[in-house]
Design a protein around this ligand. Structure first.
Ligand code: ATP
Length: 221
């Protein structure tokens, strides 16, 4: 996978459904730091967690539609093919093994995910295998909730783009991407209420949602 030594990035999520709040910050991030390719990776949601409303196949199909005209993105199904929970730490360990010790690798998250990051399974090992690239998201602070986690963040922070390209892993970069006030939750709620979502996600994805009757379930039925 990939050209020798050019920074590679993965972007994981539930994508139920994929929307512009996922796509636009990452396209801008790619321009800011010189990313040639982003591997977008829908996760398999473990049985004990609240299930996505769309099936894995539907989430994958919507992602494929969303990126069809965007060569920046490629789709990776490794977590969907698994029967076990999607641990980012495990996926990045496997990806590192495939790519070798010198290849610069990164994992992209939104600001909300950075705040929760210290609760992720084996979160410290994630930075051993990759950098973290953080996109801004409205409504979430830029500082961590407790001092210990802020110290962890400060210890890894860089504002030097060169570091991301020259080091294989270990840095956290807070990208100055614009705010997009969009969530999958907002889209599911608007669809249930019959409100339009034209500016929130790519039109082929919206057409798919309507064609398959997704997110129409009424909770008070
Ligand atoms: P939900 O509303 O169902 O919780 P979501 O819209 O937050 O979903 P996810 O699939 O959970 O989407 O998110 C995948 C990744 O995308 C996460 O790292 C999250 O922080 C990031 N992300 C989602 N929406 C935005 C946004 N509007 N701006 C920046 N990052 C975002």
């Amino acid at each position: 996978m990939g050209d020798m030594h050019s920074l590679q990035a993965m972007y994981g999520g539930t994508f139920d459904p994929v929307h512009y709040g996922h796509l636009k910050p990452v396209e801008i991030l790619a321009n800011l730091i010189g990313l040639q390719r982003v591997i977008i990776m829908p996760n398999n949601v473990p049985p004990h967690r609240p299930q996505p409303e769309a099936t894995s196949e539907q989430r994958k199909a919507m992602l494929a539609l969303a990126i069809a005209d965007k060569p920046l993105f490629t789709l990776d199904e490794r977590e969907l093919r698994r029967d076990t929970p999607s641990w980012t730490s495990q996926t990045l360990r496997e990806w590192r093994a495939e790519q070798g010790p010198m290849q610069p690798l990164a994992f992209i998250i939104g600001q909300d995910s950075l705040l929760n990051f210290p609760s992720w399974y084996q979160y410290e090992t994630i930075l051993e295998n990759s950098h973290l690239l953080v996109c801004r998201r409205p409504g979430y602070p830029l500082t961590m909730r407790d001092a210990q986690h802020q110290q962890w963040l400060d210890a890894h922070l860089t504002d030097n783009i060169e570091d991301l390209h020259s080091l294989p892993a270990g840095k956290i970069y807070l990208a100055e991407t614009p705010w997009f006030d969009i969530s999958a939750t907002l889209i599911r709620e608007r669809l249930q209420q019959g409100l339009d979502c034209d500016d929130l996600l790519p039109s082929p994805v919206l057409a798919y949602i309507h064609a398959h009757g997704l997110y129409q379930k009424s909770t008070d039925a």
